[in-house]
Design a protein around this ligand. Structure first.
Ligand SMILES: [Zn+2]
Length: 324
Protein backbone atom coordinates (compact mmCIF):
# COMPACT_ATOMS: atom_id res chain seq x y z
CA UNK A 1 0.00 0.00 0.00
CA UNK A 2 1.38 3.39 -1.02
CA UNK A 3 0.31 6.74 0.37
CA UNK A 4 -0.22 10.03 -1.43
CA UNK A 5 -0.60 13.09 0.78
CA UNK A 6 -2.05 16.21 -0.79
CA UNK A 7 -1.55 19.18 1.44
CA UNK A 8 -3.84 22.12 0.69
CA UNK A 9 -2.76 25.28 2.46
CA UNK A 10 -5.38 27.29 4.35
CA UNK A 11 -8.51 25.16 3.92
CA UNK A 12 -10.68 25.00 7.02
CA UNK A 13 -14.25 23.94 7.72
CA UNK A 14 -16.42 27.04 7.97
CA UNK A 15 -20.01 28.10 8.46
CA UNK A 16 -22.84 27.32 6.05
CA UNK A 17 -22.75 30.89 4.73
CA UNK A 18 -22.16 31.33 1.02
CA UNK A 19 -21.39 35.04 1.47
CA UNK A 20 -18.13 34.29 3.25
CA UNK A 21 -17.42 30.59 2.57
CA UNK A 22 -16.75 29.40 -0.99
CA UNK A 23 -17.20 25.81 0.24
CA UNK A 24 -20.81 26.51 1.28
CA UNK A 25 -21.86 25.57 -2.22
CA UNK A 26 -23.95 22.55 -3.19
CA UNK A 27 -22.37 22.53 -6.64
CA UNK A 28 -19.25 20.92 -5.13
CA UNK A 29 -19.02 17.19 -4.65
CA UNK A 30 -15.89 17.04 -2.50
CA UNK A 31 -15.57 20.57 -1.24
CA UNK A 32 -19.11 21.31 -0.14
CA UNK A 33 -17.78 21.21 3.40
CA UNK A 34 -19.46 23.12 6.24
CA UNK A 35 -19.47 22.65 10.00
CA UNK A 36 -23.02 21.29 10.14
CA UNK A 37 -22.01 18.47 7.77
CA UNK A 38 -19.51 16.99 10.20
CA UNK A 39 -19.45 14.05 10.56
CA UNK A 40 -19.68 14.16 6.80
CA UNK A 41 -21.74 12.00 4.54
CA UNK A 42 -19.53 9.48 2.71
CA UNK A 43 -17.30 10.93 -0.01
CA UNK A 44 -17.30 9.67 -3.59
CA UNK A 45 -15.05 6.68 -4.35
CA UNK A 46 -15.62 5.32 -0.86
CA UNK A 47 -13.78 8.11 0.91
CA UNK A 48 -14.27 9.31 4.43
CA UNK A 49 -13.85 12.76 5.95
CA UNK A 50 -13.19 13.82 9.52
CA UNK A 51 -12.38 17.23 10.95
CA UNK A 52 -9.07 17.70 12.72
CA UNK A 53 -7.76 20.34 15.08
CA UNK A 54 -5.11 22.70 13.74
CA UNK A 55 -4.66 24.90 16.81
CA UNK A 56 -2.27 22.39 18.42
CA UNK A 57 -3.51 23.48 21.87
CA UNK A 58 -1.66 26.78 21.64
CA UNK A 59 -3.28 30.20 21.86
CA UNK A 60 -3.43 32.47 18.85
CA UNK A 61 -4.12 31.83 15.19
CA UNK A 62 -2.50 28.76 13.65
CA UNK A 63 0.28 29.54 11.20
CA UNK A 64 2.11 27.80 8.38
CA UNK A 65 5.58 27.05 9.75
CA UNK A 66 4.39 25.34 12.92
CA UNK A 67 1.26 23.83 11.37
CA UNK A 68 3.07 22.31 8.41
CA UNK A 69 5.87 21.03 10.62
CA UNK A 70 3.28 19.28 12.79
CA UNK A 71 1.57 17.92 9.69
CA UNK A 72 4.79 16.53 8.18
CA UNK A 73 6.43 15.27 11.37
CA UNK A 74 3.69 14.32 13.84
CA UNK A 75 5.46 16.53 16.39
CA UNK A 76 3.53 19.34 18.10
CA UNK A 77 5.95 22.00 16.99
CA UNK A 78 3.78 24.90 18.19
CA UNK A 79 3.92 23.50 21.71
CA UNK A 80 7.69 23.16 21.49
CA UNK A 81 8.09 26.77 20.31
CA UNK A 82 5.32 28.03 22.61
CA UNK A 83 3.67 29.92 19.75
CA UNK A 84 2.41 29.62 16.20
CA UNK A 85 5.15 30.58 13.76
CA UNK A 86 4.34 32.14 10.40
CA UNK A 87 6.05 31.61 7.10
CA UNK A 88 9.21 29.56 7.01
CA UNK A 89 10.66 27.28 9.67
CA UNK A 90 13.36 28.58 12.01
CA UNK A 91 16.31 26.58 13.36
CA UNK A 92 14.24 24.77 15.94
CA UNK A 93 11.58 23.74 13.44
CA UNK A 94 14.25 22.64 10.97
CA UNK A 95 15.73 20.47 13.74
CA UNK A 96 12.31 18.87 14.27
CA UNK A 97 12.04 18.27 10.54
CA UNK A 98 15.57 16.89 10.37
CA UNK A 99 14.64 14.26 12.94
CA UNK A 100 11.06 13.54 12.01
CA UNK A 101 10.22 14.48 8.41
CA UNK A 102 7.81 11.87 7.09
CA UNK A 103 9.79 11.78 3.84
CA UNK A 104 12.93 10.98 5.82
CA UNK A 105 11.13 8.28 7.82
CA UNK A 106 10.07 6.56 4.62
CA UNK A 107 13.59 6.78 3.18
CA UNK A 108 15.00 5.33 6.42
CA UNK A 109 12.67 2.38 5.94
CA UNK A 110 14.22 1.96 2.49
CA UNK A 111 11.02 3.19 0.93
CA UNK A 112 10.74 5.26 -2.18
CA UNK A 113 9.53 8.76 -1.40
CA UNK A 114 9.09 11.99 -3.32
CA UNK A 115 7.95 15.57 -3.01
CA UNK A 116 6.23 15.94 -6.36
CA UNK A 117 6.24 19.75 -6.57
CA UNK A 118 8.58 21.02 -9.26
CA UNK A 119 10.76 24.10 -8.80
CA UNK A 120 11.73 26.94 -11.08
CA UNK A 121 15.33 27.23 -12.38
CA UNK A 122 16.07 29.98 -9.88
CA UNK A 123 15.86 27.47 -7.05
CA UNK A 124 18.69 25.44 -8.52
CA UNK A 125 21.01 28.45 -8.68
CA UNK A 126 21.80 28.23 -4.97
CA UNK A 127 23.16 25.71 -2.53
CA UNK A 128 20.42 24.82 -0.06
CA UNK A 129 22.55 25.90 2.88
CA UNK A 130 22.68 29.42 1.44
CA UNK A 131 18.93 29.82 1.27
CA UNK A 132 17.75 27.58 4.06
CA UNK A 133 16.07 30.41 5.97
CA UNK A 134 13.84 31.06 2.95
CA UNK A 135 12.71 27.48 2.47
CA UNK A 136 9.19 26.34 3.26
CA UNK A 137 8.46 23.38 5.51
CA UNK A 138 7.78 21.02 2.61
CA UNK A 139 11.07 21.94 0.96
CA UNK A 140 13.03 21.41 4.16
CA UNK A 141 11.20 18.12 4.79
CA UNK A 142 12.38 16.91 1.38
CA UNK A 143 15.93 18.25 1.75
CA UNK A 144 16.55 16.58 5.12
CA UNK A 145 15.39 13.28 3.61
CA UNK A 146 18.24 13.56 1.11
CA UNK A 147 15.81 13.51 -1.78
CA UNK A 148 16.16 15.45 -4.96
CA UNK A 149 13.91 18.19 -6.22
CA UNK A 150 11.96 18.13 -9.43
CA UNK A 151 12.51 20.83 -12.06
CA UNK A 152 10.25 22.28 -14.74
CA UNK A 153 11.46 19.73 -17.28
CA UNK A 154 9.93 17.08 -15.04
CA UNK A 155 6.60 18.89 -15.40
CA UNK A 156 6.97 18.88 -19.18
CA UNK A 157 7.79 15.17 -18.98
CA UNK A 158 4.76 14.59 -16.71
CA UNK A 159 6.80 13.35 -13.75
CA UNK A 160 5.91 16.21 -11.43
CA UNK A 161 3.57 19.19 -11.10
CA UNK A 162 4.21 22.84 -10.41
CA UNK A 163 2.52 24.33 -7.33
CA UNK A 164 0.04 25.86 -9.77
CA UNK A 165 -0.76 22.55 -11.45
CA UNK A 166 -2.18 24.27 -14.55
CA UNK A 167 1.21 25.96 -15.27
CA UNK A 168 -0.62 29.19 -16.06
CA UNK A 169 1.41 31.11 -13.46
CA UNK A 170 4.62 29.86 -15.08
CA UNK A 171 3.47 30.84 -18.55
CA UNK A 172 2.62 34.31 -17.22
CA UNK A 173 6.23 34.51 -15.99
CA UNK A 174 7.49 33.75 -19.48
CA UNK A 175 8.24 30.03 -19.16
CA UNK A 176 7.41 27.87 -22.13
CA UNK A 177 5.22 25.24 -20.54
CA UNK A 178 2.21 23.18 -21.56
CA UNK A 179 -1.11 24.23 -20.03
CA UNK A 180 -2.59 21.39 -17.99
CA UNK A 181 -6.26 21.31 -17.24
CA UNK A 182 -6.93 20.36 -13.61
CA UNK A 183 -8.21 17.07 -15.03
CA UNK A 184 -4.88 16.37 -16.79
CA UNK A 185 -2.93 17.37 -13.69
CA UNK A 186 -4.98 14.90 -11.65
CA UNK A 187 -4.15 12.15 -14.13
CA UNK A 188 -0.44 12.93 -13.89
CA UNK A 189 -0.47 12.83 -10.12
CA UNK A 190 -2.44 9.56 -10.07
CA UNK A 191 0.10 7.98 -12.38
CA UNK A 192 3.17 9.27 -10.50
CA UNK A 193 1.82 8.39 -7.05
CA UNK A 194 1.81 4.72 -7.96
CA UNK A 195 5.60 4.76 -8.44
CA UNK A 196 6.33 5.62 -4.80
CA UNK A 197 5.71 4.23 -1.35
CA UNK A 198 4.96 7.77 -0.23
CA UNK A 199 4.64 11.05 -2.02
CA UNK A 200 3.62 14.56 -1.17
CA UNK A 201 2.06 17.29 -3.26
CA UNK A 202 1.48 20.81 -1.92
CA UNK A 203 -1.06 23.34 -3.15
CA UNK A 204 -0.98 26.79 -1.56
CA UNK A 205 -2.96 29.11 -3.85
CA UNK A 206 -5.93 28.46 -1.55
CA UNK A 207 -4.17 30.28 1.28
CA UNK A 208 -3.37 33.25 -0.96
CA UNK A 209 -6.98 33.35 -2.13
CA UNK A 210 -8.15 33.32 1.49
CA UNK A 211 -5.93 36.27 2.37
CA UNK A 212 -7.29 38.15 -0.65
CA UNK A 213 -10.86 37.91 0.72
CA UNK A 214 -12.00 37.72 -2.89
CA UNK A 215 -14.92 35.29 -3.33
CA UNK A 216 -14.47 34.86 -7.08
CA UNK A 217 -10.80 34.03 -6.71
CA UNK A 218 -11.49 31.69 -3.79
CA UNK A 219 -14.28 29.91 -5.66
CA UNK A 220 -12.05 29.49 -8.70
CA UNK A 221 -9.45 27.76 -6.54
CA UNK A 222 -12.02 25.36 -5.12
CA UNK A 223 -13.41 24.63 -8.60
CA UNK A 224 -9.91 23.76 -9.84
CA UNK A 225 -9.15 21.59 -6.83
CA UNK A 226 -12.44 19.75 -7.20
CA UNK A 227 -11.73 18.93 -10.87
CA UNK A 228 -8.13 17.96 -10.03
CA UNK A 229 -9.08 15.62 -7.22
CA UNK A 230 -12.06 14.05 -8.97
CA UNK A 231 -9.79 13.27 -11.92
CA UNK A 232 -7.13 11.86 -9.59
CA UNK A 233 -9.73 9.71 -7.84
CA UNK A 234 -11.03 8.36 -11.13
CA UNK A 235 -7.52 7.17 -12.04
CA UNK A 236 -5.75 6.13 -8.86
CA UNK A 237 -5.91 2.48 -7.78
CA UNK A 238 -7.46 2.74 -4.32
CA UNK A 239 -6.70 -0.92 -3.61
CA UNK A 240 -3.00 -0.06 -3.81
CA UNK A 241 -2.96 3.57 -2.69
CA UNK A 242 -4.20 5.53 0.27
CA UNK A 243 -4.99 9.14 -0.58
CA UNK A 244 -5.05 11.74 2.18
CA UNK A 245 -6.12 15.34 1.56
CA UNK A 246 -5.72 17.76 4.43
CA UNK A 247 -4.62 21.25 5.43
CA UNK A 248 -2.48 23.11 7.97
CA UNK A 249 -5.03 25.70 9.16
CA UNK A 250 -8.22 27.46 8.17
CA UNK A 251 -8.34 30.55 5.96
CA UNK A 252 -10.28 30.35 2.68
CA UNK A 253 -13.47 29.14 4.38
CA UNK A 254 -14.00 32.52 6.05
CA UNK A 255 -13.46 35.43 3.70
CA UNK A 256 -14.88 37.88 6.25
CA UNK A 257 -11.40 37.97 7.80
CA UNK A 258 -8.02 38.45 6.16
CA UNK A 259 -6.26 36.16 8.59
CA UNK A 260 -6.08 32.44 9.19
CA UNK A 261 -8.85 30.98 11.35
CA UNK A 262 -9.05 28.60 14.29
CA UNK A 263 -11.49 26.39 12.43
CA UNK A 264 -10.86 22.69 12.20
CA UNK A 265 -9.53 21.42 8.88
CA UNK A 266 -10.76 18.46 6.83
CA UNK A 267 -8.87 15.19 6.63
CA UNK A 268 -10.26 13.28 3.65
CA UNK A 269 -9.07 9.72 3.26
CA UNK A 270 -9.52 7.17 0.48
CA UNK A 271 -8.27 3.60 0.17
CA UNK A 272 -8.69 0.40 2.13
CA UNK A 273 -9.25 0.62 5.90
CA UNK A 274 -10.65 4.07 5.34
CA UNK A 275 -12.75 3.68 8.46
CA UNK A 276 -9.60 4.21 10.51
CA UNK A 277 -9.68 7.86 9.47
CA UNK A 278 -11.83 8.30 12.55
CA UNK A 279 -8.63 8.05 14.57
CA UNK A 280 -7.46 11.37 13.14
CA UNK A 281 -8.08 14.24 15.54
CA UNK A 282 -5.15 16.62 15.12
CA UNK A 283 -2.46 17.62 12.61
CA UNK A 284 -0.04 15.50 14.62
CA UNK A 285 -2.06 12.32 13.89
CA UNK A 286 -1.40 12.42 10.14
CA UNK A 287 2.21 11.15 10.04
CA UNK A 288 1.62 8.10 12.30
CA UNK A 289 -1.42 7.29 10.14
CA UNK A 290 0.69 7.52 6.97
CA UNK A 291 3.52 5.39 8.31
CA UNK A 292 1.09 2.66 9.43
CA UNK A 293 -0.49 2.49 5.98
CA UNK A 294 2.68 2.02 3.92
CA UNK A 295 3.65 -1.47 2.88
CA UNK A 296 7.05 -0.96 1.37
CA UNK A 297 6.73 -2.32 -2.13
CA UNK A 298 10.24 -1.26 -3.10
CA UNK A 299 11.69 -3.60 -0.47
CA UNK A 300 10.12 -6.56 -2.20
CA UNK A 301 11.68 -5.46 -5.49
CA UNK A 302 8.30 -5.04 -7.10
CA UNK A 303 9.48 -1.67 -8.30
CA UNK A 304 12.05 -1.74 -10.98
CA UNK A 305 14.55 0.46 -9.27
CA UNK A 306 14.97 2.92 -6.49
CA UNK A 307 15.92 5.86 -8.60
CA UNK A 308 13.06 8.02 -9.55
CA UNK A 309 14.41 9.85 -12.52
CA UNK A 310 17.19 11.92 -13.81
CA UNK A 311 16.60 14.79 -11.44
CA UNK A 312 17.23 12.64 -8.41
CA UNK A 313 20.88 12.17 -9.14
CA UNK A 314 21.13 15.67 -10.40
CA UNK A 315 20.26 17.16 -7.06
CA UNK A 316 22.76 15.95 -4.51
CA UNK A 317 25.10 18.69 -3.42
CA UNK A 318 23.72 20.87 -6.13
CA UNK A 319 21.98 24.09 -5.89
CA UNK A 320 18.54 24.70 -4.62
CA UNK A 321 15.97 27.40 -4.64
CA UNK A 322 14.12 29.74 -2.39
CA UNK A 323 10.85 29.82 -4.22
CA UNK A 324 8.77 27.54 -6.31
ZN1 LIG B 1 -1.56 32.25 5.13
Amino acid sequence: MSVLLIFIDGLGIGEDNSHVNPCANNAFTLFNIVKSDIPKKPLPYGGSMVSIDATLGIEGLPQSATGQTALLTGVNSARILGYHKQGFPNNKLRDILRENSVLKKVVEQEGKAAFLNAFRPRFFQYRIEEIVSKLSVTTVANWVAGLSFFALQDVVDRRALYQDFTNIDLIARGFKMPVFTPHEAGEILASEAQKFDFCLYEYFKTDHAGHSQNMNRATEEIVKLEEFLMSLLSRIDLDQNTLIVTSDHGNIEDLSVRTHTKNKVPAMVWGSNVIQAERLHSLTDIVPFILERIEYMSRSETKENKNVGSTLEFYHGKEVIPCQ
